[in-house]
Ligand binder design. Structure first.
Ligand code: 5AD
Ligand code: FES
Length: 351
């Protein structure tokens, strides 16, 4: 086996390693995380420059039919105060976001069947008509291929659906038996096949995750080639079966961001809110480790504290305008710049 340093150089030049090699890097992360970050940053700068893309996140419903063991808005959590934003409220959020310089909106919610295709498709087309220079991303969970097709035809450009774990047994530890890794993968294949810029991803150090699983995640990502990858540390939520589990660390998350950047050089990679929740400088460090996307919250402040997937989430009181100013300052300090741009995946041909 090559030394960790040699393995990193091999990854930077070949963009893939074997499972054992990824595992060796993960086990030795303490010794080479700085080098991994600097290689990842060089690769990202060569493709996307000093530009950081922002996505306006609109968390429009916290109703969810699922009961994932890690998630604060799981259906069995009777303490969650449920809310739904109506289409006109969602449109206002997007309009406000446009004024603030956002050119991508992410409509994210629990799996809330109130938002049938008959409601979502016209909403998507209205937002696209009002803002033809914007990209629209959906993040509303598992749906049928027909539904994904209709939403794509209505104008949706991208879809985020984390696969959560590639390991079937681990999937079963995180989810009730009604849910399956198989269906999640079916959804991801459908989305990619329909031409969405597709985002997969997983939580770092979710209960039961091993270092071997992380090596498998990197191989899966290499193979699936998503345009976007969302990862963040697992953080316990008090009203879930995992309330007493430990959070994932910023260090492990940052190291994986670097390995993902080196594996998929042109991937769109956010420094997530969960990362900034476990480390106040998470976003800055995320960028320094190879991330190139930030996803601040555009939801009305009145509902924000109800969309709690985990405890201690940041930016609960801040208006969108305050967050964007805060982020601009933070990013500028790192030598990067937030841009007003759709921020498409580089391999994506615009129609
Ligand atoms: N900690 C960190 N991330 C979480 N998510 C859900 N619950 C938690 C938690 N407790 C992530 C999942 C989901 C995304 C929207 O948020 O990966 O796909
Ligand atoms: Fe929200 Fe800093 S990003 S206050």
């Amino acid at each position: 086996m090559d030394s960790p340093k040699e393995l990193l150089e091999k990854l930077a030049s070949k963009n893939v390693l074997s499972r054992d090699e990824y595992l060796h890097l993960i086990k030795n992360r303490d010794t080479i995380s700085d080098e991994a970050a600097s290689l990842a940053r060089t690769v990202c700068d060569a493709i996307y420059g000093k530009r950081i893309y922002i996505r306006g996140l609109i968390e429009f419903t916290n109703y969810c039919r699922n009961n994932c063991y890690y998630c604060g808005i799981r259906s069995e959590n009777k303490n969650a105060q449920r809310y739904r934003l109506m289409p006109d409220e969602i449109i206002s959020c997007a309009d406000r976001g446009y004024e603030l310089g956002f050119r991508t909106f992410v409509l994210q919610g629990g799996e809330d069947m109130y938002y049938s295709d008959d409601i979502l498709a016209p909403l998507v087309s209205t937002i696209k008509q009002r803002h033809p220079d914007c990209a629209l991303t959906l993040s509303v969970g598992e749906r049928s291929r027909d539904s994904y097709k209709r939403l794509k035809e209505a104008g949706a450009d991208r879809y985020l659906l984390r696969h959560e774990t590639i390991n079937n047994t681990h999937y079963g530890m995180l989810h009730p038996k009604e849910m399956s890794r198989e269906n999640r993968m079916r959804c991801l294949d459908d989305l990619k096949g329909l031409g969405y810029q597709t985002g997969a991803g997983f939580m770092v150090s979710s209960p039961g995750q091993t270092e071997e699983d992380l090596a498998d995640e990197l191989l899966f990502l290499k193979n699936f080639r998503p345009q976007m990858v969302g990862i963040g540390p697992f953080i316990p939520h008090k009203d879930t079966p995992f309330a007493d589990r430990d959070s994932g660390s910023a260090e492990m998350t940052l190291f994986l961001l670097s390995l993902i950047r080196l594996t998929l050089p042109d991937v769109l990679l956010p420094a997530t809110t969960a990362l900034a929740t476990v480390d106040p400088l998470g976003r800055e460090k995320g960028i320094a480790s190879g991330a190139n996307v930030l996803m601040p919250n555009l939801s009305p402040t009145g509902v924000r504290e109800k969309y709690l997937l985990y405890d201690n989430k940041i930016c609960m009181g801040e208006e969108a305008a305050q967050c964007i100013e805060c982020l601009k300052t933070r990013v500028a300090k790192t030598g990067y710049e937030i841009v007003t741009d759709r921020g498409d995946h580089i391999g994506q041909k615009r129609l």
